[in-house]
Write a protein that binds this ligand. Structure first.
Ligand SMILES: [Zn+2]
Length: 73
């Protein structure tokens, strides 16, 4: 492989990994902007293990006396 080719390939790979990173960040943002399932007002920050729905801190405290059941995100 010529140097030129290698450089081109390197660039392509970089682009791909950047795309991947952007996707990852977007996913994170989506997750972070999830609203509390109960009040639908506050941002959901506490999640039961494996659950899609999250709770804000107030609702989590109201519904679960022990927040250690929940994963904070
Ligand atoms: Zn709430």
């Amino acid at each position: 492989m010529s140097l030129k080719e290698s450089l081109r390939k390197l660039k392509e790979n970089e682009k791909l990994s950047v795309k991947k990173e952007v996707k990852k960040e977007l996913k994170k943002i989506k997750k972070n902007s999830q609203k509390c399932i109960i009040c639908k007002n506050q941002q959901a920050r506490y999640f039961l293990k494996g659950a899609i729905y999250g709770y804000c801190k107030n609702c989590a405290l109201e519904n679960f006396s022990d927040l250690s059941y929940l994963q904070k995100k």
